[in-house]
Design a protein around this ligand. Structure first.
Ligand SMILES: [Zn+2]
Ligand SMILES: [Zn+2]
Ligand SMILES: [Zn+2]
Ligand SMILES: [Zn+2]
Ligand SMILES: [Zn+2]
Length: 310
């Protein structure tokens, strides 16, 4: 965006009017002096400004009106009171977002350019948080929201693992490999270089070394993400024995997401299911592909597709 400031001024603000002298005296919204021969009206028509104020006052970065003493400074730019109150807020710093905003895949919140680019991102949910100067450890950090919802008891994690596995085997008829070991990692991104964590934020991995199948997951996952991740990786475990080799990533990940979606629905994690469905990346595309197949050919059709399709 070149210079939004100039653009907005021209379009919204400068409607010069020549007074006839007959009507009651119009006063400038900012300095209260009578506006005289030439004055300016805001687009909505409910604010007028004198020539002097239009020429000399700072202009609102967002809507272009001249700003008085009640103007607010946001990251070096001036906003009028109305824009300060009405613009979308950054979920990190809480200030109005001046121009473009950023979103994290799977989250509804909006973030300003400054927070998104300068703050560390949570290694679990991906949201930027905190501040540059704080005692944060960069990519190794976890945001307060994820920390508050974390399942930290390893026994509970194992219980959920067994629960999810039973559901997948009994209700979806997906027989998973015998004797899968479950490992928790303090920082999955740092320890499994092969995990595509940077691109897709996958919070687990299915690994097979020789004959030993393992599922490695990030420790301290919030409960919905724990169910989602375990289901996703168990689907990969199933694929390792049942599906064709060298499957397209769209099919492979799409099916794993579809299994995760079934588990989220079963255990009442509706919000997590919604965000899984609304993702715009390959994971979301793959998930919607599977849902389309399910509508036409049912659950069985999805599993058949996941077995054979490249
Ligand atoms: Zn004035
Ligand atoms: Zn404004
Ligand atoms: Zn911000
Ligand atoms: Zn987080
Ligand atoms: Zn995956």
């Amino acid at each position: 965006m070149g210079n939004p400031f100039l653009f907005l001024i021209v379009v919204f603000l400068l409607w010069p009017h020549a007074g006839t002298g007959a009507e009651e005296v119009l006063r400038c919204d900012l300095c209260s002096k009578p506006v005289g021969e030439r004055y300016w009206q805001s687009e909505s028509g409910d604010r007028v400004f004198c020539e002097e104020c239009v020429r000399t006052r700072p202009k609102c970065f967002a809507c272009g009106v001249p700003v008085g003493e009640d103007g607010m400074k946001v990251y070096g730019q001036t906003l009028c009171r109305e824009c300060f109150l009405s613009r979308p807020r950054c979920a990190d710093c809480g200030l109005p977002i001046l121009e473009r905003y950023y979103q994290v895949e799977g989250l509804d919140e909006k973030y300003c350019d400054r927070c998104y680019r300068n703050h560390p991102h949570c290694r679990i949910c991906g949201r930027p948080f905190g501040d540059e100067k704080g005692s944060l450890k960069g990519s190794a950090e976890v945001c307060p929201k994820c920390r508050a919802e974390a399942v930290t008891d390893p026994l509970e994690v194992r219980r959920v693992f067994t629960e999810v596995r039973r559901f997948i085997e009994a209700d979806l008829a997906l027989k998973t490999p015998e004797g899968i070991a479950l490992e928790l990692q303090e920082d999955l991104g740092a320890t499994t270089a092969a995990a595509p964590l940077q691109t897709y934020r996958e919070l687990g991995a299915f690994v097979r070394t020789g004959n030993k199948p393992r599922i490695v997951i990030q420790e301290g996952l919030p409960r919905p993400l724990l169910y989602e991740t375990l289901a996703h990786e168990l689907a990969h475990a199933w694929q390792s024995e049942r599906a064709v080799r060298n499957q397209r990533l769209l099919v492979k990940e799409g099916f794993a997401q579809w299994v995760a979606g079934k588990v989220l629905a079963k255990y009442g994690h509706e919000a997590a299911l919604r965000s899984l469905r609304s993702r715009s990346d390959l994971y979301g595309q793959g998930f919607r592909l599977m849902e389309g197949i399910e509508r036409r050919r049912g659950t069985k059709g999805v599993v058949e597709y996941a077995v054979k399709s490249h």
